[in-house]
Design a protein around this ligand. Structure first.
Ligand code: HEM
Length: 99
């Protein structure tokens, strides 16, 4: 399935009848089973319905970092991001891509 960023936003956990999605490097993961992290009031709900790549790379929960841009990331930050990607792959199904 393909999602625009705007479509992805509908899956931010605010509607309990919908799944929760987080994108990492353009791949959309269904993180619904991690509702305690990504659901309303969860510690990482800021990532929900978004591509969180930059924030994950920088270990940041700042709103301005919650985007797909990898511009200017250090090699170390890219490594952190790749480790998160592996964690997500192991834990959550990929259901599509951001286009
Ligand atoms: C004081 C700071 C922090 C503490 C104490 C903390 C603690 C935790 C704990 C206990 C887990 C669960 C690990 C597990 O059982 O798998 C976790 C997961 C996670 N943390 Fe943090 N964290 C902190 C900061 C951050 C920051 C700044 C980020 C920003 C990227 C972050 C992103 C995540 C993500 C994405 C997960 C994975 C959730 C999942 O399994 O889907 N954490 N954190």
């Amino acid at each position: 399935m393909e999602f625009s960023l705007q479509q992805l936003k509908q899956f931010d956990g605010s509607d309990a009848s919908k799944p929760i999605y987080v994108a990492v490097k353009g791949r959309v993961f269904d993180v619904s089973t991690g509702k305690s992290f990504y659901g309303p009031g969860g510690p990482y709900c800021i990532f929900s319905g978004k591509d969180a790549s930059r924030a994950l790379a920088k270990m940041s929960k700042n709103e301005e970092d919650v985007c797909a841009s990898l511009d200017g990331l250090t090699e170390k930050e890219m490594g952190v991001l790749n480790d998160w990607e592996k964690k997500f792959e192991a834990k959550y199904p990929v259901i599509g891509r951001v286009v």
